[in-house]
Design a protein around this ligand. Structure first.
Ligand code: C5P
Length: 401
């Protein structure tokens, strides 16, 4: 995800410096080349050696080091970065940035760089809430710096409140987002995900093993590309991706009602939800008692949400369906494409290893209206999501349907 990208990580002196070490590891794992610059105070918490070992690059800290100054290294460092991340960013660093002060290696780089800068503050809650810090924060936002707000919780200073460095995973996600071309800017997209639960009493329901992973990956990738994303999710255990509006529903009827209310405003809709085809005709008000005679539950068909969307599709909207099959994959998927009036269908063979429910990977065939079929190899669900959005973008920009 960060392959070929150069990240400059600026570390200033707060107790959260130790968390920045993990950040380096995750950036490197995602494929970035990482160059760390530490303030003098940061080095009192963790030595440069740790960051050097994790980043595999020399750590910068001294503006007047002869060796680096022979190459005007602060200017070089400022130029080579695709992204600057400041974590932790102390109140002092933020104050200096707001005033345009450049009195050490890191702040000099910050004035010289034209790369986006992600500021991740971490400090005591009172320092965070101080009007001067809040004023500096507003100034930084006005100057175009991106802010990753601190999390609330129990702080190292034994106080409770906002000031903890944001979760490392959230910082990584923000960095990826800042480095992803915003190809879906101005577009609204809707993704449905997960299973539905069709209750026949308050504690029992009919469902399927859908984990929601494919839909959540689609929502995450669309958000990275700067779309306005609405994720309508059936019950599952996943956290909502960053920058995504999630609406949680339980049954197919609820999912249909939510989706139909907002469908006309969407530029694209991708239905990955494994909507239950049937629901019990009746739901008992109380938990049904166990009985030796067994239990028969009468089922009635649920509405087909995707088919309804296909029937009312506004011009220009891109509609994508999924087809999970255990036989005649291509033919069944093509039939669905026509019957539900889709622009393309993503078909997966549930009998294949590493494809379908609950896996982190998927192996899919994408069949377009034109008849063009792409057989994608086994890849992560995020990679499948990227392939899907690439096609949606092509269709939205007037590509062949
Ligand atoms: O016809 P089938 O259920 O196999 O079609 C799968 C596609 O239709 C998926 O995109 C799924 O989200 C959608 N679907 C739906 N409403 C249903 C059943 C499936 O929107 N009741």
């Amino acid at each position: 995800m960060l392959k070929g990208k150069s990240i400059l990580l600026g570390v200033s002196g707060g107790i959260a410096v130790y968390k920045a070490a993990e950040l380096v590891r995750l950036f490197v794992k995602a494929g970035a080349s990482v160059h760390v610059v530490m303030t003098a105070n940061a080095q009192k918490f963790v030595t440069p050696l740790t960051f050097q070992a994790l980043s595999n690059n020399a750590v910068g800290s001294d503006l007047f080091s002869m060796e680096s100054e022979s190459q005007i290294s602060h200017i070089q460092k400022a130029r080579m970065a695709d992204l600057v991340v400041l974590a932790p960013a102390t109140a002092n660093l933020m104050a200096k940035m707001a005033a345009g002060i450049a009195d050490d290696y890191l702040t000099t780089i910050l004035l010289a760089t034209t790369a986006p800068v992600l500021v991740c503050p971490a400090m005591n809650v009172k320092m965070w809430e101080h009007p001067a810090t809040q004023r500096n924060l507003r100034t930084l936002a006005e100057l175009g710096y991106r802010i990753q707000p601190p999390a609330a919780g129990f702080l190292a200073c034994q106080e409770e409140g906002a000031g903890r460095l944001a979760d490392i995973e959230d910082i990584v996600e923000s960095a990826i987002r800042l480095l992803t071309p915003p190809t879906l800017t101005g577009r609204s997209v809707l993704v449905s995900a997960g299973p539905t639960h069709e209750h026949f009493d308050p504690v029992r329901f009919l469902s399927n093993p859908s984990s929601g992973k494919m839909g959540y990956a689609l929502a995450k990738i669309a958000a990275r590309r700067s779309a306005k994303v609405c994720l309508v999710s059936g019950p599952c255990s996943l956290d909502a991706p960053a920058q995504v509006e999630r609406i949680c529903v339980t049954s197919a009827i609820e999912m249909r009602d939510v989706i139909l209310k907002i469908s006309s405003k969407q530029d694209a809709i991708v239905m990955t939800a494994a909507v239950s085809d049937y629901r019990p005709s009746e739901k008992a008000a109380h938990k049904m008692k166990k009985s030796p005679e067994g239990l028969s539950v009468l089922l009635e068909p649920n509405p087909d949400i995707l088919a309804s969307l296909g029937a009312i599709k506004p011009p220009g909207q891109v509609l994508v369906g999924f087809a999970a099959e255990t036989e005649n994959l291509a033919q069944n998927a093509k039939d669905k494409l026509i019957r539900k009036n889709l622009d393309f269908v993503v078909a997966n063979d549930l009998t294949r290893q590493g494809a379908g429910f609950a896996y982190d990977t998927n192996e899919v065939k994408i069949i377009e209206r034109s008849g063009e079929t792409s057989d994608l190899s086994v890849m992560t669900k995020e990679e499948v999501a990227s392939q899907i959005w690439d096609r949606v973008e092509r269709l939205l920009s007037g590509g062949q349907k």
